[in-house]
Write a protein that binds this ligand. Sequence first.
Ligand code: ATP
Length: 352
Amino acid sequence: MSELRIRGLQKSFDGHPVLHGIDLSVERGTLLALLGPSGSGKTTLLRLLCGFERADSGSVEIDGRRVVGDNLHVPSEQRRIGYVPQEGALFPHLSVADNIVFGLPRTQRRARHRVAELLELVGLPANFGTRAPQQLSGGQQQRVALARALAPSPTLVMLDEPFSSLDAALRLETRQAVASALAAAGATAVLVTHDQSEALSLGHEVAVLWNGRLIQTATPETLYRRPVTRELASFVGEAVLLPGVVKQDRVDCELGDLPLCAPMGNGAVDVMVRPEQIRLLRAEETMPNGVASYDAIVQEVIFQGQDAGVALQLQSEALTVVRARVPGYLSPRPGEQVRLAVDGEVTAYPRA
Ligand SMILES: Nc1ncnc2c1ncn2[C@@H]1O[C@H](COP(=O)(O)OP(=O)(O)OP(=O)(O)O)[C@@H](O)[C@H]1O
């Protein structure tokens, strides 16, 4: 059953449409990542769902109860939504424990065992309850903000770019702690982010907002393998785009005759290959029978430790340059002569 059901949601600011008829359902216990570039309307959608802003038209149901509809705008405090903002926004004059119980009815605020349970859920020691928020790291503060949002057992948890103020190492650790806590609580959650790796790694499903429209809702694997547009392909990862021709479930391009992820009509296309699908072979290596390989010269290598980005010039007539991503320990040197071959299936977009 859907915990969240959005139908035809529209919003304009000063006559300028920001959300164009959003339809979206989130199933119970699912973490949906709402991904989109800056200005695509993510925050506006989140604010409409939380009730901080009024919709122009459309409807929203939370746990089967309509909270937005014709002449209906249920106030935020009656929507049973837990909200985690960008920066924890904990009350500095209250202890961690008092912050966590803040949203509970007065009669339940004394139930300190609930504080210990929630701290454990977000992976923090129970004795943190007596600390002031300033005595915690940014990541720990975000975990407390999640504990506070979960305290009243909300139907839905909304997280608005909750890791954006954290540095890289803390971000990874906090992401995992938050994802585990949400899963352990069985929470239904919407996580707003413009960070594709965050959306792909945390979301059970990812909904992509683009210029105020939801253009794709899919599992992370499907979104990465079969993004619906070329622009989205480049937004959710690196993409190599090459002209090609589709013939019977395969596509012919400068990198060979490749299998398609999904069938499509014959004709001229742009083929999308992910850089990690391009395998490099040293001069002495041979390909298994029947797998085509192509000569190339290494133009540039950007070594990043665990992997490396490699620009390769194909030794074809067009001297096309493609980018591969290889494990760092296999990183070649600029000027090296290599051969390359493509692994796996590819996606293609019809040419207008
Ligand atoms: N209160 C407002 N009044 C006028 N325009 C607004 C208002 N809030 C948002 N907008 C406009 O709506 C569009 C979408 O903004 P929104 O903040 O929802 O995008 P976003 O995807 O969350 O972006 P970011 O990732 O940068 O936060 C932008 O063009 C923004 O300028």
